[in-house]
Design a protein around this ligand. Structure first.
Ligand code: NOJ
Length: 751
């Protein structure tokens, strides 16, 4: 290339950037059009190889989350404009180094830096499943906002989040990364997370591009085994699994990631129905789709492509715009075009989508705009972020049991025994998809530290580890029992290690691992009052503990300030308000167990009804803890449920109201839940579906009238022709504090 041509290209791109900046004041759609024109103009300057380069994404060669291919010189490829994006490189210094290489390329097209910012960056927030337990959409949005602010200040442009996969199988390790089992709640949370990550919009210095993943149905892997196949009806796909993706799309999510699984025999990465027909067709999604790690290449072991040549062809044809780490595109797309197998307009479309995002991020204007050392420093130690993290963590802790009001504890308690493998552990508070920083040990607040700082000076803390997380030794039991005997109250913290839930962390046995439940039994046998806290990334099974121990808190993986949040809850400075976003099974044999199941033709009348009904002969049908469940230190009563009428017509609405009273001794927040059942449909309908919730704060003795409005739109579902509509008929409406404990009334939707 001659120097003068190089200059023309640079000049041309500069002009575009000026135009893009000037366009900031234009209306949204004219700004979009202006950016589209600029992307078109850049596209015209590009060679086929440079276009293919934009569709190529490599790992930064450290912090790998999968197999890395070392063939080829990544840095040279950046200089040649053969790379559009890089993942797992953060920090202003590193991103600047690589971006400088991109600026040596002919067209100086900036790189996009992508990263799994799942639940925080410098400040680790509770895992996404825990955050879903807050049912607090503003708090969830704020958590994503802070994660975006911290990571954007460290040079990151793009997060591979939120994961919006609905999951009903707690054996699946990635359940920790989503919002649980309910589609409607999951859709609201998907929107909140996209809005949180993307802030005031792409181009703001504290906004990340979000990525709705994994498109689609990844959460329905057969047997809960990660990466496994998915076989499901069209109705289940549309009604249960797609809505959170649609919600993310409507919230303006910049990108989508396809998924590892095959869906009804076609790998999602090569699935034109999902990507072209639904996403880019019906939904008119304007952003781009990135593959999952090597998922293009994995179409070979799937048995869907013979080699990478075929895999690349299938993926691009199906609408996958960027290839993460498989090198199938960079090695094969040019030949596919020259062989006449791939229409180059598909490449143009993919590249244009990618360029548009780079323009929207302002990277053509200034490729180093996310590389500001001062901003990075400021966000590195931001005490306000830590405070917000603690507040979020408090909202996620679920009080599962509190017999005899053991909790909250008094600060005056003389001797407290703290027992269990999680009491003093540090990294175990963060969970999968969190970052390791050199000062973690000093920074992460352990349970021990949180409680130590909370209690009175003359109170005494005793400690014994008791056992490890996951081995068969009981050697530490005697010491633990001994200190329990000396205490006025015993707090035991058990659970699973952070690497036991997450990607590729499916487990067939989800009981409390190792000897931990035996430890709980040994301590409970001392007769001392016991509180058990459970750290986990999924619903675990702990029936003995649930049946015998008087007080239980589910403490998930709470993040950097975990210990402070735990101490606040234990001592009543925060009154628990969280509600489970997923059912907790009694045994693995019950999985999948979820609240919005069908009634069947032979529903069991009760747990003892085994008379040729749909039941297990050795297990009740209902879960140990139902969806929506969670206690408070206070108590609430629901009374005077009333409907505004007996029926309503489409276009009108009906309201359901009731009185909520705080009947206990503490100020408390109750998440009141509204469920509906369509009694007769052209296809069978679930026994309950969540349709609304409100978070209500009440003082002791205070009552409030709560009202929900139901419209016909809220009663829509997919019929067997995949038409989305409501059907006149009879309905039940339920209000209550969880999906099991409800009051009910009836109404009709009439023509
Ligand atoms: C594989 C995971 O499935 C995906 O969610 C993640 O974003 C990529 N690896 C990149 O780390």
């Amino acid at each position: 290339m001659t120097t003068s041509f190089k200059n023309i290209c640079t000049f041309t791109i500069l002009i575009f950037c000026v135009a893009v900046c000037a366009s900031q004041n234009l209306s949204k759609s004219s700004r979009e059009k202006a950016i589209e024109r600029k992307a078109d103009s850049v596209l015209k300057l590009m060679t086929l190889d440079e276009k293919i380069g934009q569709m190529n994404q490599y790992n930064g060669d450290w912090e790998a989350t999968g197999p890395i291919t070392y063939d080829g010189d990544k840095q040279n490829q950046i200089r040649k404009g053969m790379l559009g994006s890089i993942l797992n490189v953060t920090g202003v210094e590193h991103t600047r180094q690589l971006q400088e290489m991109a600026m040596q390329s002919r067209l100086k097209i900036p790189l996009l830096f992508g990263q799994d910012i799942i639940h925080g960056y410098r400040t680790t927030f509770p895992i996404p499943l825990a955050e879903a337990a807050s049912w607090d959409l503003n708090a969830i949005k704020l958590s994503a906002r802070i994660a975006a602010t911290e990571s954007a200040a460290a040079g990151v442009h793009w997060t591979f989040a939120p994961m919006v996969d609905i999951a009903r199988d707690p054996r699946w390790g990635r359940i920790m990364e989503g919002a649980g089992e309910d589609t409607w709640l999951g859709s609201l949370i998907a929107k909140a997370r996209v809005e949180g990550f993307q802030g005031n919009g792409l181009g703001s210095l504290d906004a990340l591009m979000a990525c709705a993943k994994h498109f689609a149905a990844y959460g329905a892997a057969v047997g809960g085994r990660d990466y496994n196949s998915v076989d499901m009806s069209q109705r289940a796909l549309w009604e249960i699994y797609l809505p959170p993706f649609k919600a993310a799309e409507q919230a303006g999510v910049a990108t989508f990631m396809n998924s590892f699984n095959d869906l009804n025999g076609i790998p999602a990465t090569g699935n034109a129905y999902l990507q072209r027909e639904i996403l880019k067709g019906k939904w008119n999604f304007k952003g781009f789709v990135v593959s999952d790690w090597n998922s293009v290449g994995e179409m070979i072991p799937h048995g869907y492509a013979k080699d990478n040549y075929e895999a690349a062809m299938e993926a691009v044809t199906a609408g996958c715009d960027m290839d993460m780490e498989s090198r199938s595109y960079i090695k094969n797309l040019s030949k596919l075009v020259s062989d006449g197998k791939l229409n180059p307009s598909l490449i143009d479309d993919a590249v244009k989508r990618i360029l548009i995002k780079k323009f929207e991020m302002g990277l053509f204007d200034d490729p180093f705009r996310f590389c500001n050392v001062e901003r990075e420093k400021q966000q590195w130690n931001n005490p306000s972020n830590l405070e917000k993290e603690k507040q979020m963590a408090e909202k996620t802790i679920v009080l599962l049991k509190n017999e005899n009001q053991i909790l909250p504890l008094s600060r005056q308690t003389k001797t407290i025994a703290l027992i269990g493998p999680f009491i003093k552990s540090v990294r175990d508070n963060l969970g999968f998809w969190s970052y390791i920083w050199p000062d973690d040990t000093a920074r992460i607040i352990t349970t021990w530290k949180g409680i130590q700082e909370k209690i009175n000076k003359d109170s005494k803390l005793l400690y014994a580890k008791g056992c490890n997380i996951n081995d068969s030794s009981t050697a530490g039991f005697a010491e633990a029992v001994e200190i329990a005997r000396q205490a006025d109250i015993v707090i035991i913290q058990v659970g699973e290690a952070p690497d036991m839930s997450g990607e590729a962390k499916s487990r067939s046995n989800i009981h409390l691992p190792g000897m931990q439940e035996e430890l709980v039994k040994a301590i409970q046998a001392t007769g001392k009052p016991v509180v058990v806290m459970i750290n986990a990334g999924r619903p675990l099974i702990f029936n003995w503990t649930a049946d015998h121990v008087p007080a239980i808190l589910y403490t998930w993986w709470l993040g950097t300030e975990a210990g402070y949040a735990i101490a606040d809850v234990l001592f009543g400075d925060y009154n628990p308000s969280a509600k489970l976003p997923i059912s907790f099974p009694r045994s693995e044999g019950q999985i999948p167990v979820y609240y919005n199941h069908y009634n069947t033709g032979r529903p069991a009348k009760n747990d003892n009804d085994l008379n040729y009904v749909s039941a297990y002969t050795d297990l009740p049908n209902d879960p140990k803890f139902p969806f929506g469940y969670g206690l408070s230190y206070t108590s609430f009563s629901y009374s005077d449920m009333d409907l505004s009428g007996k029926s309503f017509k489409a276009g009108d609405s009906i309201s359901v109201s009731f009185n909520l009273t705080n009947t206990g001794k503490f100020v408390g927040t109750e998440t009141v839940q509204l469920y509906v059942q369509d009694l007769v449909g052209s296809v069978v309908r679930p026994v309950k579906e969540l349709k609304g919730f409100q978070q209500v704060v009440l003082k002791t003795g205070e009552s409030k009238k709560i009202t929900f409005t139901i419209t016909a739109d809220m009663l829509r579902f997919y019929n067997d022709k995949l038409e989305y509509g409501f059907e006149p008929g009879d309905f039940k409406v339920f209000v209550g504090s969880n999906s099991r404990d409800v009051k009910e009334a009836s109404f009709a939707l009439i023509k």
